[in-house]
Design a protein around this ligand. Structure first.
Ligand SMILES: [Cu+2]
Length: 410
């Protein structure tokens, strides 16, 4: 039994005890799609809960939020060119999104998705981003790793006034330097809510291609955004606390995740840093999108740790990779380290490349294994392979009698 999970389960059960009547109310009120920052759990009643939903999500009940599934997610943001400037439109809004089949989170997403769509331009491009704040709180956008004029740096109270709900703000800069960059909220007040806003999901990749990128382009390229979440189990329907606790103990005994996790919702934030769900591009394994390769491909993975607090040692099975860029900046050819694990601190990006020369199905996962157990895994699937091709263990009864006896004697 995963100790970390058990701990969070016990925490959940204790929390459930504290808010027993609340859970009952919430079940009736929100029909299971509800959540709140756990720090405040002990202190709130139904009216405060509704107030908090309204403050954080802009609606009194989660069902009023659009449900966004992964299939609706657009990988890249389209642009139009006006007077030689690449013009993008971004917005931020509260959503429910599906991180695994039938499992949803309450979050804030850029253009209604987690992570936000990738912005992709060439080095030296003039870029304009017209941003609309559809959140119930003020916010700004920061261009992480891009060297912009200070007025475009997106720090509320320092380089600009925060963008209030309903307001539009235009950022404009020249895309430089080339590399794997990203964009994320810098909060909406001068100090104090950047982590909370980032925990709600406000980040996306910003890739700047160098002018000679076409020459060095790998055969396959994937951007993987690592993120962390805190989920809270809440009654799925109007049901008394005793049932909830019964499900919790059933979980403890047989290790069955589903009953509790199906009810889990988060309102991001919480800011307690007790993360219990880890996603890659907004998905939790086995729902995460596989990396598809074919033998001989040179594959680049652009890794971005968009979380606020957690370190991820990402490990690749049965392949060695080169670290070709650090924080987006290229590592000079011939000096790249060759590794099979790379650790990303919050805010770091690494580009790694491997040659697909070992056909099969492999994992690329966080080696803080609680994070892997809680979703931070993607599979790497070679052309011609699928889960139906894997080998099944033999039943020991099928061994010849003599070998079977030898095994028993040992
Ligand atoms: Cu991790």
């Amino acid at each position: 039994m995963d100790k970390h999970y058990l701990n969070s389960l016990i925490l959940s059960a204790v929390t459930a005890t504290v808010v027993s009547s609340l859970v009952f109310f919430l079940g009736a009120r929100f029909g299971g799609f509800t959540s709140f920052p756990p720090n405040n759990v002990g202190a709130i009643n139904e009216r405060e809960m509704t107030k908090m939903m309204t403050e954080m999500m802009g609606v009194s009940s989660a069902e009023r939020l659009p449900l966004k599934t992964a299939s609706e997610r657009k990988e890249r943001l389209e642009f139009s060119v006006k007077d030689g400037v690449k013009e993008f439109r971004l917005s931020a809004e509260p959503i429910r999104f599906e991180y695994a089949e039938g499992k949803t989170l309450l979050a804030w997403g850029y253009n209604g998705q987690i992570p936000g769509p990738e912005i992709r331009v060439n080095e030296g491009d003039k870029v304009r981003i017209i941003f609309t704040n559809n959140l119930p709180k003020a916010t700004t956008i920061y261009w992480h790793g891009i060297d912009v004029p200070f007025e475009q740096d997106g720090v509320p109270g320092v380089t600009q006034k925060a963008i209030n709900p309903g307001e539009i703000y235009t950022y404009e800069f020249i895309a430089s330097p080339a590399g794997t960059r990203f964009y994320h909220t810098h909060g909406g007040v001068a100090m104090g809510d950047e982590a909370e806003q980032l925990d709600m999901g406000l980040s996306g990749a910003f890739i700047i291609d160098s002018l000679d990128y076409a020459r060095s382009k790998p055969d396959k390229e994937y951007t993987l955004i690592l993120d962390e979440w805190q989920t809270m189990p809440i009654a799925a329907e109007s049901r008394p606390l005793s049932n909830l606790l019964k499900e919790a103990s059933a979980h403890t005994e047989d290790g069955e995740h589903e009953s509790m996790m199906n009810m889990s919702m988060t309102m991001g934030g919480g800011h307690a840093m007790d993360y219990n769900l880890f996603t890659i591009n907004g998905k939790s394994f086995p729902a995460s999108d596989p990396i598809e390769v074919k033998k001989g491909d040179r594959v680049r993975l652009r890794l971005i740790n968009a979380g606020t607090s957690t370190i991820h040692p990402m490990h690749l099975h049965s392949h060695q990779f080169k670290i070709v860029a650090v924080d987006g900046n290229p590592v000079p050819s011939g000096t790249e380290l060759i590794r099979n694990t790379i650790t990303l601190h919050p805010g770091e990006t690494y580009d790694i490349e491997f040659v697909a020369e070992n056909p099969g199905i492999w994992l690329f996962h966080c080696h803080e294994l609680h994070h892997a157990d809680d979703g931070m895994i993607v599979s790497i699937v070679y052309e011609g392979f699928s889960l139906s091709t894997i080998t099944e263990p033999e039943n020991k009864e099928s061994l010849p009698e003599s070998e079977h006896r030898m095994m028993m004697d040992q």
